[in-house]
Write a protein that binds this ligand. Structure first.
Ligand SMILES: [Zn+2]
Length: 241
């Protein structure tokens, strides 16, 4: 028996709604307060006494080496969520991040927005980036942070298939904004910084030029705050152990 055209259209509409809900529903975890309250592991809430320091969007030969130098000077290690495309364009720098004691994790192959569901695309993107990190650093990545922090259903599946755990953040510096300064980045992080938190900064620019200097300049005060509170600062690989 064939379904009436109206019934068929209704079912197609429902299927589309369910598909979009599966795609966009998990992305609601982008909301920081919701994430911290309901998904503490996804928000990067780890053991008390430790703060995870993370950088997104690199590697960039114009700025990443300066972050490595600054972290050396401060005696701090961190996790760098790299783009596969950039990592392959700068293989020596990617290896250098690892060789200098930091952790390299996956931010995707390219920095795109997931406007429409595309599980196959997501799986290819994440798998390709994870393979690049493994090949370049000799260490299998453990973490995945989706571009823009938008964790769709497809990206969640892609991370699981690649053996990666999604981790967003609990405090950020809004260092990408045009008016960002070292002082503003430090003050913005301080609002949400707490024991066991994960801090998001960027070691390169995607929007306003030179904003990475604001993130770089904020590092000494940020590390100083953590140390004054008795918290150790380190990479995600030490955040739950
Ligand atoms: Zn990013």
């Amino acid at each position: 028996m064939r379904a009436a055209p109206r019934t068929t259209a209704l079912l197609a509409g429902l299927a589309a709604i369910v598909s979009l809900a599966g795609h966009a529903g998990p992305a609601a975890t982008w909301l920081p307060w919701l994430r911290r309250a309901w998904f503490p592991s996804l928000a990067g809430i780890g053991r008390p006494g430790h703060v995870a320091l993370t950088f997104d969007d690199g590697p960039d030969p114009a700025s990443t080496p300066l972050f490595l130098d600054a972290l050396d000077a401060l005696g701090v290690r961190a996790t760098f969520f790299v783009l596969g495309e950039s990592a392959c364009r700068h293989p020596r720098l990617t290896r250098q991040i690892r060789d200098r004691g930091h952790e390299v994790a996956v931010h995707g192959w390219t920095h795109d927005r997931p406007w429409v569901p595309g599980v196959r695309h997501d799986m290819r993107d994440v798998r390709r980036a994870a393979a690049a990190v493994s090949d370049l650093t000799g260490a299998a990545p453990r973490w995945y942070r989706p571009p823009y922090g938008i964790l769709t259903g497809g990206r969640r599946v892609a991370a699981a298939r690649a053996g990666l755990k999604p981790v967003l953040w609990s405090a950020w510096g809004q260092d990408w904004t045009a008016g960002a300064t070292a002082a503003s980045v430090h003050a913005t992080i301080a609002r949400d910084l707490a024991a066991g938190g994960t801090v998001l900064l960027h070691d390169t620019d995607r929007s306003a030029r030179g904003r990475w200097q604001a993130a770089l300049g904020a590092l000494p005060a940020l590390i100083g705050d953590c140390q004054a509170s008795g918290w150790t600062v380190g990479p995600l690989e030490e955040h739950w152990s």
